[in-house]
Design a protein around this ligand. Structure first.
Ligand SMILES: [Fe+2]
Length: 170
């Protein structure tokens, strides 16, 4: 096991502990703040691009997310809070709000190495890996409360459930 993989194992244990805190969101944020700044995740975390599940229980999911170059994740509503920590690369977030049966842009945030972001359960966002293959993969160990999957939304189109079979293929 590499040092980075040991770091992820420790991160999962700390996230599990954070869910027992009287303020689990704040505790999760502290865990991620520490993890993305103390270097414990560096030194060989090798995973394929994608949403790699590190841990899943009735009240917690921990993901190690690695975005491929030029990836765009369409707008989706979270329906649960999430804490996101970036330990390599960059992730550009665009936020949306509902306007009738469509979505309109309401802001954005660029997450860089060492950044931690808390998202509320009402958040609708899209994610873009804008820099292409020249940069490191961006990763986010994201402890989130378990629950139903988000229903992705497309700006300017009628809001509705996401169907994988109808998703555009690259
Ligand atoms: Fe999201």
């Amino acid at each position: 096991m590499t040092a980075g993989e040991q770091g992820l194992t420790g991160l999962v244990a700390d996230c599990v502990e954070a869910m027992r805190d009287s303020d689990p969101r704040g505790a999760a944020r502290e865990v991620l703040d520490r993890a993305v700044t103390d270097g414990s995740l560096r030194g060989g975390v090798e995973s394929a691009a994608g949403l790699n599940i590190l841990y899943r229980s009735s009240d917690l999911t921990v993901l190690n997310v690695i975005w491929p170059p030029n990836m765009f994740l369409m707008p989706h509503d979270h329906r649960m809070w999430a804490a996101i920590g970036i330990y390599g690369g960059r992730e550009d977030n665009t936020f949306y709000r509902r306007s009738g049966d469509a979505l309109v842009t309401s802001g954005g945030k660029e997450l860089t190495d060492g950044t931690v972001l808390l998202l509320g359960q009402e958040v609708i966002n899209a994610v873009h890996n804008a820099r292409g293959a020249a940069l490191r993969p961006r990763c986010r160990p994201a402890p989130v409360r378990s629950g139903g999957t988000s229903g992705p939304r497309r700006p300017g189109l009628k809001v509705g459930p996401f169907r994988h079979q109808r998703a555009p293929r690259g």
